[in-house]
Design a protein around this ligand. Sequence first.
Ligand SMILES: Nc1nc2c(ncn2[C@@H]2O[C@H](COP(=O)(O)OP(=O)(O)OP(=O)(O)O)[C@@H](O)[C@H]2O)c(=O)[nH]1
Ligand SMILES: [Mg+2]
Length: 362
Amino acid sequence: MLHAALIGFPSSGTSTLFQLMTSAKEAPRGKGDVSIGISRVPDPRLDVLTAMYNPRKRVPATVEFTDLIAPTRTGAQALVDVAGYKNADALVHVVRAFGSPAVPHPSGSVDPARDAQAMENELVLADLAVTERRLERLEKDIKKIHTAELKQERDLVQRCRAALEEGRPLRALELTGDDLKRLRGFQFLSAKPLLLVINLEEADVASIGGRVEKAAAHTGLTSFLARAATGAVALCATIELEIAQLEPAEAAAFLADLGLTTSGLDRVIRATYDLLGYISFFTVGEDECRAWSIARGTSAQVAAGEIHTDIERGFIRAEVIPYDALVARGSMAACREHGEVRLEGKEYVVQDGDIINFRFAT
Ligand SMILES: Nc1nc2c(ncn2[C@@H]2O[C@H](COP(=O)(O)OP(=O)(O)OP(=O)(O)O)[C@@H](O)[C@H]2O)c(=O)[nH]1
Ligand SMILES: [Mg+2]
C-alpha cells in the first residue's frame, strides 16, 4: 500500500487535510504522536466493474496517510526520528496560503514560498546530518576493509552530501537503480517525491478553483512547480471538509459552484499517484472486485505479489484483459469468445486498467 506522510508548519491545515483524506471524525490533536489513517482511492472504473459483477465485496485501492501530532514541532526536524515518516513513499507538504486572523501564522505572516522553501531546507539539513554520520562510519570501515562496495557507497554518499550542502534536495539528483538501492536504507527525507498542497483562503477558491498554476502564481509558488519529483494541488482544506460531509448530490453541486469537477480528496490522491507513477490493476469475480496499486513498469509476477506472496512465488501466467475491452464486450465470456483475453508471462509489464486473473501453483 502506498504511504504518504503529511507535513507542515504549525497551523497550516495539516490535520484538517488528514481529516479530509481519511474521513476521520475529528482532526488529530495532542502531542508527540502519530495518527495513521486510510484513504480509499476513488476510481470510477471499479464502480463499473462492481455493477458488472455484483460481487459480495468491493475493495478499492488504499493510501495510508500519516499526520504528526506535535504542536511544538519545527518542521522536518521533528520528523527525523518518526518511523512512520521515514518509511513514507511520498511527503505531502501542506503550505498555508490562508490568512485567518483567528488562527495566526506562527511566523507572523502568510508567505507560502517562504514556508515551502523553509521546509525544503529542513529536509535537506536532516539528510545532511545523516550523510555526515554515514561518511564518518564508512571512512572507518574502509580503513579496515577495502571492498569495492564500501567505496561505491562512499562515493555515492559524498555525492549526496555535496548536493545537500548546496541546498539541493536528493530528489533532484539523477540516480541509477543501483544508487537507489544503496540509498534505500537511509530513507532520506529530501529524496522522497514531494506533493505541495496549497491550502487556499476560502475567498480565493471561487476565482482559482483547482487550477494549480493559477494558485501557484497567486501564492508565489510558481518556481516550485518545475522542481524535480514535485507535484502540487490547490484546495481549501476547510471548505473541502465541509463538502465531504454533504450528501453526494449536494457535494457535486457545491463543487460545481466553485468551478471544481472533483473533490480535494480525489485531486490529492490523483496527484500523489501521478507523482509516484502509480497505476491500478483490477481483479474481478462474484466474490470480490478489487483495485490494486503498483508502480508503473511493474511486472506481472511482482504485481501478483501485491495480492499474495504465494501467488508471486507460484506464478504460472496472467490472464489479462484491458478494462476498455471488458466494458465494450460486457463480460469476460464475450471477451474470451473474441479471443481478447491474453495470456501473459511473468515479465509482462502491467498496464493501467488491466483486469488480471493470476494462474499460480501452490
Ligand atoms: N480559514 C482557514 N482555516 C483553516 C484552513 N485549513 C485549516 N484551517 C484552520 O487552521 C487551524 C489549524 O488547522 P489544523 O488542520 O489543525 O492545522 P495543523 O497544521 O495540523 O496545525 P498543528 O498540528 O496544530 O500545528 C484550524 O482552526 C483549522 O480550522 C483553511 O483552508 N482556511
Ligand atoms: Mg496538526
